[in-house]
Design a protein around this ligand. Structure first.
Ligand code: COA
Length: 345
C-alpha cells in the first residue's frame, strides 16, 4: 500500500502553543458487570479483548455541549485566560444536527460573538481540530483558540449491541492554544493527517442524515453506530503506525525520541500493537481506556489531561499525539511538553 504524505508545516513566526488543558467526565460509571448482566458477554471478554473495565455515561439531561463546557471552563482556568477568540468543537455527537454545537458552547462560556464551529472527523476530530487551530493562528486569523473534543457516545450506541455498547464512553477534554514560536515548549509541530472515504461504512450511523432522512426510516437500530470492528482494528493499527512515523519525521524526531505516545484510546490491543510494531516501550504509551473506554474525539485530550495529572507527562518530554477514526480519518502531531502547565479535571 502507498501512503500519500500530507504534512502541514507551521511558519517560523506563528506556532500554536499549548497553555491550558482541562477535562470532564460525567459522574456515573458503568462497569462491565452491567453489560454481562443483560448481554451475551463477560467482564473477562471486555477486559481482555478491549481493555476496558468501566466507562462514564452521561445522564439523559446532559448533552455533548454540557460536557464540552465543563472541560472548556477547566482549560480556561488552567490557561489563566478569561477569553479566547475562536472555539472549535470536535464531536461526532452534536446536540442537534442543526445548529452546530460550538456556538452554544461559546455562549455558555460567556464568549460573545466569537467564531465557533463544529468539526466532524470521528475519533480523529481533536487532532484535526488542533491542526485547523494551528492553521488559523499561523495565518493570523486567530490568536487564542479553544479546541474541545466532547462526546456523548451513549446517545448513538445501541445498548443491546454487544459489539459496540461496551466499547464507548462519554466525556470531554479541551485545550487552549495561543500564538507562540515554532519549536518552543508547548508549540505544536507539523501535523500529518489524511482520510480514506472508501471505508465510510466501517463505522457509521446508517439513517437520520441526508442519505436516509429520518422521515423515510423506521428501524431504530439504524440510528445507532454500526461498526465492522475487525476491519477497523486492522486499519487503525496500520494507519496509526504510519501517521506516527510521518509526524515524528516531520518534527525531525526518530521513533526512539518519542518520550510519550498519546494514542487514541480505541482498544488497548490497538495501542499495544502500535507500540510493539514501532518498538516504543509500553511505559512510554500512557493509557486510560480501562476507566473511560473509547470516548472518540474526547479521547486524546482526556488522556493528555489524565496523564499530566498523574505525573506521566513532564516538562521537556517529546510527546506525539496520534489518532484514527471513522471516515476513515487519521492525524498526528508533536510537541515538547511545556513547564508550568497544570491540567484540571
Ligand atoms: N462479548 C463477547 N463476544 C463478542 C463481543 C462481546 N462484547 N463482541 C464481539 N464478540 C464476538 C463476535 O460476535 C465474534 O463472534 P463469532 O466469532 O461467533 O462471530 C467474536 O467475538 C470475534 O469478533 P471480532 O470482531 O473478530 O473480535 P475482535 O477481536 O476483532 O474484537 C472489537 C472486536 C470490536 C473489540 C475489536 O475489533 C475492536 O476493538 N475494533 C476497533 C473498534 C474501534 O476502536 N472503533 C472505534 C473507532 S477508532
Amino acid at each position: 500500500m502507498i501512503f500519500a504524505r500530507k504534512t502541514t508545516t507551521p511558519s517560523p513566526a506563528h506556532a500554536a502553543r499549548l497553555i491550558g488543558l482541562g477535562s470532564y467526565l460525567p459522574p456515573q460509571k458503568v462497569s462491565n458487570a452491567d453489560f454481562a448482566s443483560r448481554l451475551d458477554t463477560t467482564d473477562e471478554w471486555i477486559r481482555t479483548r478491549i481493555g476496558i473495565a468501566e466507562r462514564h455515561i452521561a445522564d439523559p439531561a446532559t448533552a455533548t455541549s454540557n460536557l464540552a463546557v465543563e472541560a472548556a471552563l477547566r482549560a480556561m482556568k488552567s490557561a489563566e485566560v478569561e477569553h479566547v477568540d475562536t472555539v472549535i468543537l470536535a464531536t461526532a455527537t452534536p446536540d442537534h444536527h442543526v445548529p452546530g454545537t460550538a456556538p452554544l458552547v461559546a455562549h455558555h462560556l460567556g464568549l460573545r460573538q466569537v467564531p465557533a464551529f463544529d468539526l466532524g472527523a470521528g475519533c480523529s476530530g481533536f487532532v484535526y481540530a488542533t491542526t485547523v487551530a494551528a492553521g488559523l493562528i499561523h495565518a493570523g486569523t486567530a490568536n487564542t483558540v479553544m479546541v474541545i473534543g466532547a462526546e456523548k457516545m451513549s446517545a448513538v450506541i445501541d445498548p443491546a449491541d454487544r459489539s459496540t455498547a461496551p466499547i464507548f464512553g462519554d466525556g470531554a477534554g479541551a485545550v487552549v492554544l495561543t500564538a507562540g514560536r515554532v519549536g518552543e515548549p508547548g508549540a505544536l509541530g507539523p501535523a500529518s493527517w489524511g482520510s480514506d472515504g472508501e471505508h465510510a461504512d466501517a463505522i457509521y450511523i446508517p439513517d437520520g442524515g441526508s442519505r436516509r432522512p429520518p422521515r423515510t426510516t423506521d428501524d431504530p437500530k439504524n440510528r445507532h453506530v454500526h461498526m465492522k470492528g475487525n476491519e477497523v482494528f486492522r486499519h487503525a493499527v496500520r494507519r496509526i503506525n504510519h501517521v506516527t512515523q510521518e509526524a515524528a519525521s516531520a518534527a525531525g524526531w526518530s521513533i526512539r525520541d518519542i518520550d510519550r505516545l498519546i494514542v487514541h484510546q480505541a482498544n488497548a490491543r490497538i495501542s499495544a500493537a502500535v507500540a510493539n510494531t514501532l518498538g516504543i516501550p509500553p511505559e512510554r504509551v500512557p493509557s486510560n481506556i480501562t476507566h473511560v473506554g473509547n470516548t472518540s474525539a474526547a479521547s486524546i485530550p482526556l488522556l493528555l489531561s489524565h496523564s499530566a495529572i498523574n505525573g506521566e507527562l513532564s516538562a521537556g518530554q517529546r510527546v506525539l499525539l496520534a489518532s484514527f477514526g471513522a471516515g476513515f480519518t487519521w492525524a498526528a502531531t508533536t510537541l515538547v511538553w511545556p513547564s508550568g502547565l497544570q491540567a484540571l479535571t
